[in-house]
Design a protein around this ligand. Structure first.
Ligand SMILES: [Zn+2]
Length: 235
């Protein structure tokens, strides 16, 4: 790789500039990234559009050719500027980089059963925001989530989950309690869990809350549809 490309890459990281980073990458290595554009940093809303566009490609089985990966690894060796942070479930069927047709370096991902942010997850996302320039955070739930279903059952039957699963129950149960009380569906509980995670992340001080209040950071929720591959964003 040329020293010029290396310098551009370093400058992109220092500036936290997705556009500059994208310009440094060959088309085939950018995955779902939009064409590079001059000017200010893309808004969090535009980055969400980039995620949605990648998901549409996944739904229609439109994957980029897996070449130029080595070149992108080289570009990324000195740093990263992921354009989105994803909090997803550990479920083997819900793989963020596939779902959004994103390459290495594109997404900062935390995965934990039930996709609820404990302190370690919050700290991870704060790191992405404060040190990597990430401006978009997506909480990604999914249909038929075993963790949420287990917590739903535990709350309903009043039979607590055993250690260490009880940790997940303690985190998730407040957010789905109203759904359980109303004898709601598992799908409703999964959505409620995502909404609770989004609400809590937005309130985390100082970094997330400050970023949301200023409009610099966007925190959204979505539910992955197992059969179609679509991520349905929640209002
Ligand atoms: Zn799950």
């Amino acid at each position: 790789m040329s020293s010029e490309a290396t310098e551009l890459n370093r400058a992109a990281f220092l500036a936290g500039s997705i556009a500059a980073m994208s310009a440094a990458l060959p088309e085939s290595a950018r995955g779902a990234a939009p064409p590079p554009s001059a000017g200010p940093l893309p808004s969090a809303e535009r980055l969400l559009g980039q995620l949605v566009a990648g998901n549409k490609r996944f739904v229609s089985n439109d994957f980029p050719a897996p070449n130029k990966v080595a070149e992108k690894r080289e570009l990324l060796k000195e740093g990263q500027a992921p354009f989105a942070a994803i909090l997803g479930c550990s479920d083997s069927r819900v793989v963020p980089n596939l779902i959004f047709v994103a390459g290495i370096g594109d997404l900062f991902v935390a995965r934990v059963a039930g996709n609820y942010p404990d302190d370690l997850v919050v700290a991870s996302i704060e790191y992405a925001i404060e040190h990597l320039g990430t401006r978009l955070v997506l909480v990604l739930g999914h249909q038929n989530c075993g963790a949420v279903k287990a917590v739903y059952s535990a709350v309903k039957t009043k039979e607590p989950l055993p250690p260490h699963l009880s940790t997940i129950e303690q985190l998730i149960s407040p957010g789905i309690a109203s759904v359980v009380d109303a004898h709601g569906s598992t799908d409703q509980a999964i959505e409620a869990n995502v909404r609770a995670a989004v609400t809590n992340l937005k309130a985390e001080r100082p970094y997330l809350a400050k970023g949301v209040e200023s409009g610099r950071i966007l925190v959204v929720g979505g539910v992955y549809q197992l059969a179609s591959g679509e991520v349905k964003l929640l209002d």
